[in-house]
Design a protein around this ligand. Structure first.
Ligand code: HEM
Length: 403
C-alpha cells in the first residue's frame, strides 16, 4: 500500500478477506507511519495514532481533553456534534468528569454487577427458550438475542420501560450511523432529548429503585445535578449500554460458529470462557472511530509534536492488533495469556464504566449459546451477512442462524 502524506479520511474500508479484521490501512500505518494525519468531515485534520504504546500514552495523559467544546476537538460528524446541552461525562474533563462519573461508579462495580449474573442468566435463558421454539424458522440472532439482552439489562438498571426499546434503539441507530444526513441525525438527537426529558420528569414524580431514581433522590434533589444532567446520564448509559455489547455478542457468536475447534474447547472447559471473552474483545475492538481527544498543551508523541488545539484520533482496533504486544495478533486465540491487556474498553480516566457489565453479559450469553445450541451455524454464507461498515460501532446488522 502506498502511504500518502496528504491527510485522507479515517480508513473504514469494507472488510476484504476476513470481515473481522480492522481496515488493512490501519495495519499498514501502524508499521510504517504510526502517528499520521487524517482529514475530518468538516475539512480540518487530526492526528491518527495506531500503535498500542502511543495510544495508551495518549489516553493516559489528561492533557488530552475529551471535551467536544474545546477548540480543535476532532468531531466525527456524528452524535450531534459539539452540542453542549446533553453532553454526558464521557465528553467532559476533570474536575467535572470526576464529579459526575463518581455519582454512578458504584452502580457498575464488579461486585454489584456479579450480583446481577443470575438475572442476566434468567433473561438470556428466556430469550433462548423463545429461540428454541422457533427452530426451523428464520431466526436473526441479533434481533432475538444480541440486542435484547443488553437492552433489557440496561433498561432494568436505569428504570427505563423496556416497552420503549424500539424508540431508543431506532434513535441510537440513527445517531451512531456514519451515513445518515446531518439533518436526520439532528432530528434523532432532539427526539431522544425529548424522550429522555419526559422520562426524567416521570421519574421525578416516582423515582423507583434504579440508577435514574437514585440519581434523582440522592443528587438532583440535593441540588448537586440538574434535571438536564440526569437526562444526560440516561442518554449516555442507554446508548453506551446496549449498542456496544449487542454488537460484541453478534460478532462473538459468529466467530465461534466459524471456529469449531475453539467453540468445542470452550464447551468442554467453560472456565475458559472468561479469558475467551477478553480475546474476543481484543480481536473485534468494535469501536472503530476513536476514541478522540484534543491536546490542551504541546505534547510530543513518538517524535511528533502535537500542538495545543490539535485533535487526535486513537485507533484502539489497531492497538489491539499490535504485534509488539499480542503475538500473532490477527489470529483469534481463546487461550491467549495476555488478552486482558487489550484497550477495547479504552484506557485512563475515561476507561469504560460499563466494562464489568459488558463482560458478564458476554460471558453469560456466549456460555449459554455454546451449551444450548451446540449445532448453531449461520443460515447464509458470510458474504450475505450485513456487516456494519456504515456504523461507528462495528458488528452485524443481522445474523441469520440455524441449528
Ligand atoms: C463490549 C462492550 C463495550 C465496549 C467495547 C465499550 C467501549 C468503551 C470505550 C472504548 C470507552 C472509552 C471512550 C473514551 O475514552 O472516550 C467507553 C466508555 C464508556 N462506556 Fe463503554 N463499552 C462497552 C460497554 C458499555 C456498557 C455495557 C456500558 C454501560 C453503561 C458502558 C458505558 C460507558 C460509559 C458511561 C463510558 C464513559 C466513561 C467515562 O468517560 O468516564 N459501556 N466504553
Amino acid at each position: 500500500m502506498t502511504l500518502s502524506t496528504a491527510p485522507a479520511p479515517l480508513p473504514v474500508e469494507p472488510p476484504s478477506g476476513c470481515p473481522f479484521d480492522p481496515p488493512a490501512a490501519l495495519g499498514a500505518l501502524r508499521t510504517e507511519q504510526p502517528i499520521s494525519k487524517i482529514s475530518l468531515p468538516d475539512g480540518s485534520w487530526a492526528w491518527l495514532a495506531t500503535r498500542y504504546a502511543d495510544i495508551r500514552a495518549i489516553l493516559g495523559d489528561t492533557r488530552f481533553s475529551s471535551d467536544t467544546t474545546v477548540h480543535g476537538y476532532p468531531l466525527s460528524g456524528m452524535t450531534g456534534g459539539a452540542n453542549t446541552d446533553n453532553r454526558g461525562f464521557i465528553r467532559r474533563d476533570p474536575p467535572e468528569h470526576t464529579r459526575l462519573r463518581r455519582m454512578v461508579t458504584r452502580e457498575f462495580m464488579v461486585k454489584r454487577v456479579e450480583a446481577l449474573r443470575p438475572e442476566i442468566q434468567r433473561i438470556t435463558d428466556e430469550l433462548c427458550d423463545a429461540m428454541e421454539r422457533r427452530a426451523g424458522q428464520d431466526v436473526d440472532l441479533v434481533e432475538e438475542l444480541a440486542l435484547p439482552v443488553p437492552s433489557l439489562v440496561i433498561s432494568l438498571l436505569l428504570g427505563v420501560p423496556y416497552d420503549d426499546h424500539a424508540i431508543f434503539q431506532r434513535l441510537t441507530g440513527t445517531l451512531l450511523s456514519r451515513t445518515v444526513p446531518d439533518d436526520e441525525r439532528e432530528t434523532a438527537r432532539l427526539e431522544l432529548r425529548d424522550y429522555l426529558d419526559r422520562l426524567v420528569t416521570a421519574k421525578e414524580a416516582d423515582p423507583g429503585d434504579d440508577i435514574l431514581g437514585r440519581l434523582i433522590v440522592e443528587q438532583q434533589r440535593t441540588g448537586e445535578i440538574t434535571h438536564d444532567e440526569v437526562a444526560a446520564f440516561a442518554a449516555l448509559l442507554l446508548i453506551a449500554g446496549h449498542e456496544t455489547t449487542a454488537n460484541m455478542i453478534g460478532l462473538s457468536a459468529l466467530t465461534l460458529m466459524r471456529d469449531e475447534e475453539s467453540a468445542e474447547r470452550l464447551r468442554q472447559e467453560p472456565a475458559l470462557i472468561r479469558g475467551a471473552v477478553e480475546e474476543l474483545l481484543r480481536f473485534h475492538s468494535i469501536i472503530r472511530n476513536g476514541p478522540r481527544r484534543v491536546a490542551t498543551a504541546d505534547i510530543e508523541i513518538d517524535g511528533h509534536l502535537v500542538r495545543a488545539g490539535e485533535g487526535v484520533v486513537v485507533a484502539v482496533a489497531s492497538a489491539n492488533r499490535d504485534e509488539s504486544v499480542f503475538a500473532d495478533a490477527d489470529r483469534l486465540d481463546v487461550c491467549r495469556p495476555n488478552a486482558q491487556h487489550h484497550v477495547a474498553f479504552g484506557y485512563g480516566i475515561h476507561q469504560c464504566l460499563g466494562q464489568a457489565l459488558a463482560r458478564v453479559e458476554l460471558q453469560v450469553v456466549i456460555g449459554t449459546l455454546l451449551r444450548r445450541f451446540p449445532t448453531l451455524r449461520p443460515a447464509v454464507p458470510l458474504e450475505k451477512i450485513p456487516f456494519r461498515t456504515d456504523m461507528s460501532i462495528y458488528g452485524c446488522h443481522a445474523l441469520p442462524v440455524t441449528w
